[in-house]
Design a protein around this ligand. Sequence first.
Ligand SMILES: [Mn+2]
Length: 373
Amino acid sequence: VRSLNTSRSAATNPSSRKPRIRAVQKKLAAEGVDAFLVTHLPNIFYLCGFTGSNGILSLSQSGATLFTDGRYTVQARDEAHGAASVQITKGSLLAAAAETLRRQRHRRVAFEPAHITVAQQSALDRASGGRIRWTGWHGVIESLRAVKDAHELAIMRAAAQLACDVFQQIIPFVKPGARESDLAAEIEYSMRKKGATGPSFETIIASGPRAALPHARPTSKLLRKNELVVFDLGVILGHYCSDLTRTVHLGRASSRVRRWYRAVLEAQQAARVVVRPGVTAGEVDQAVRKVLRGYRLERRFIHSTGHGLGLEVHETLRLARGEKTPLVPGNVITIEPGVYIEGVGGIRIEDDVVVTETGSEVLTTAGREFLEL
Ligand SMILES: [Mn+2]
């Protein structure tokens, strides 16, 4: 596990970059677009392996250039080696990239509308001197990223396992008197000790009535007997995210709480079972809602069933009502139904699931039985 995080060859895997860049270049040729300016850092990493905090990747039909600043002179050449040539720039990267495009007489250039500010767009317009026709490409790299290869899946399997190990390890500390924020600190420390780069999002620990808030931040509140506690945590390992939710109860739960737990677990299981190629994201969401409806709890489920997972903790693929996108092998999604009862508490169970050729593989193996601690 540790080697995935520290070894650059595993993290950047240069052999996988070229086909990705070629796929974009093919699209450029097919659509008669001269170049594509990639401004979203996870997309840049995906295409050329660069991990710095300031960069723009310019792809033309025949080449790839990474624009970055002097701090990354050595790192950029090292990481993007074999995928893109590197141009170290003083001042605005966008202006440098646009000027280069203009010099190369490119006329039609695509950009990422979801990953550029209004100010940056007008800077691009100025730098290109009105000679470039800009065209918005929505989610082009994101759709490539939605299908993981075997190498990415191996890393994500390890990231999911690491999150499960952290959760198992924290259970002995979950008892009345423990502070939410202390448990969060313990969890995030444990992630790093086990080789993670860090949490993939701010760890959620929500006890008692606070468990009714799906995105509660840990507070100074102490855990008490007869409370539900929701743990939602994930790690970044080798650049890839995991996302795990488990809910426990302190002391013996009432029959009402047990029924809620059974409903969420059944709904989650029903959704996991329907996952296979060809099934739409909306159908997975429906599987959850159907079970919760049977328990008359559908109105207590106040978010969508899940999301795509990968270099970012929320990425392309929304498992929500009416989503028509069919699942394909290599998709990695979360399945995370919950019920939330204001003033009382909440229950959520979340797993990371890969769509395989024949069905699915669950990456998060932590037990789902109701823990009454
Ligand atoms: Mn999630």
